[in-house]
Design a protein around this ligand. Structure first.
Ligand code: PLP
Length: 411
């Protein structure tokens, strides 16, 4: 009966944002949601996005017709080139579908793979972005979720041995493994290139299906190619040109444009399914279209048009590259300032991980008790796991936050 339905706890990050908004303390700081903020803690509309909006508004052909089920072709071309590089795709066909941002791409990929690849397991990093578990629970209820170790708390570094040995021992052919393409959420720690190379070899030998979640391309380092390195490397190693050796059946990428274009609410993204050379693409493509038709019919237009306008115009593209530098360099500067301000206190130990991690988030290592005290006494909001969004920091509040962290550690 509907009357007997148990209440579900609020989603942690959205609840945190609501509580932060309701707090009227003048020094409050939000280190919760993964959204970029400028020097004054305000949302930032990228200048390249503003310019693209103006260009679109001048276009007399603007209309509000439906897109095809797969989305906007011109957007999908530039989106695919952005993540995979501009190279001949004839050897490993790519099917690209526009989605409701990164979440929709994760969901569509999960639903498609559950129905058509039928993996026994999906391996998810521990810890991970909170939504991975929920998405796979809803879209792929028959696929058993397993976790692989990722974070080694004592050294605040990647548990590469644990990751490799778990996949080696427990993953079987066609199992799906979710990998964060860059700027792992929530730890901010990525494998090195040598470690990615070893992973790619493992995936090839064991025929594992890599599912890249790419939510921070360009946002992480300011360099879109560097941030796509792991994805491109996997493609080259798993599906080399003219190879007849058997490997995995494909890989896929869930691509989000929320963070790197600041288009959070426009919900713009894509799913790219890379198939092993020689795989006919009409089957996978039409099955994906069928899923989209039954779920959203066709995607929204506005965000896709903005991304397409920027990526296909050299002037706007150069502006966007500068915008990425602005965001990523501010985050880097805040990382080093926070470290400096914390380490000036005697006895706090080594906080160098703040600078070695990349992207929006840091795993502070603070306990739930610390997090609760930060919130109650200092009006600083972060996730119970100790994850902090660096973009909530600025020159004016970083000392306040560092001093508060010192206070809760010493308390
Ligand atoms: N994947 C990861 C790892 C993320 O951190 C996020 C956003 O925080 C997303 C996917 C998807 O975000 P969106 O649906 O806004 O594109």
């Amino acid at each position: 009966r509907l009357a007997d339905i148990p209440e579900v706890p609020r989603d942690e990050v959205f609840a945190l944002t609501a509580d932060f908004k309701a707090d009227d303390h003048p020094n409050k700081v939000s280190l919760g949601a993964g959204v970029y903020r400028d020097e004054n803690s305000q949302p930032w509309v990228l200048p390249s996005v503003k310019a693209a909006r103006e260009a679109l508004n001048k276009n007399r052909d603007w209309n509000h017709e439906y897109l095809p089920i797969h989305g906007l072709d011109d957007f999908l071309d530039v989106a695919r080139d952005l993540i995979l590089g501009r190279e001949d795709t004839s050897q490993s066909p790519v099917v690209s579908i526009q989605t409701i941002s990164g979440t929709g791409a994760n969901h569509l990929g999960a639903a498609f793979l559950a129905q058509r690849l039928k993996p026994r397991h999906v391996f998810i990093s521990s810890p991970t972005w909170g939504n991975h578990h929920l998405i796979w629970e809803f879209a792929a209820p028959d696929v058993v979720q397993k976790t692989y170790p990722y974070y080694h708390a004592p050294t605040r570094s990647l548990d590469f041995e644990g990751m490799m040995s778990t996949l080696e021992a427990e993953a079987v052919e066609d199992d799906v493994v979710i990998l964060h393409a860059c700027a792992h959420n929530p730890t901010g720690i990525d494998p090195t290139r040598e470690q990615w190379e070893a992973l790619a070899e493992l995936f090839k030998r064991k025929k594992l299906f890599a599912f890249f979640d790419s939510a921070y391309q360009g946002f992480a380092t300011g360099d879109v190619d560097a941030d796509a390195w792991a994805v491109r490397h996997f493609r080259h190693v798993l599906f080399p040109r003219d190879s007849t050796a058997e490997g995995p059946q494909g890989l896929c990428i869930a691509q989000s444009f929320s963070k790197n274009f600041g288009l959070y609410g426009e919900r713009v993204g894509a799913l790219h399914l890379v198939l092993a050379p020689g795989t006919p693409e009409p089957g996978p493509r039409t099955q994906l279209l069928r899923l989209v038709r039954g779920e959203i019919s066709n995607p929204p237009t506005f965000g896709g048009r903005i991304v397409q306008t920027i990526l296909s115009d050299p002037r706007l593209r150069a502006m966007w590259d500068r915008d990425l530098q602005t965001m990523s360099s501010r985050i880097k500067r805040m990382r080093s300032l926070l470290r400096q301000e914390i380490e000036k206190h005697p006895g706090v130990g080594d906080w160098s991980h703040l600078e070695s991690e990349i992207g929006m988030f840091t795993f502070t290592g603070l306990s739930p008790a610390h997090v609760l005290r930060l919130r109650k006494v200092h009006h600083i909001y972060l996730m119970m796991s100790g994850r902090a969004s660096i973009s909530g920091l600025n020159e004016k509040n970083v000392t306040y936050v560092a001093d508060a962290i010192f206070e809760v550690i010493k308390h």
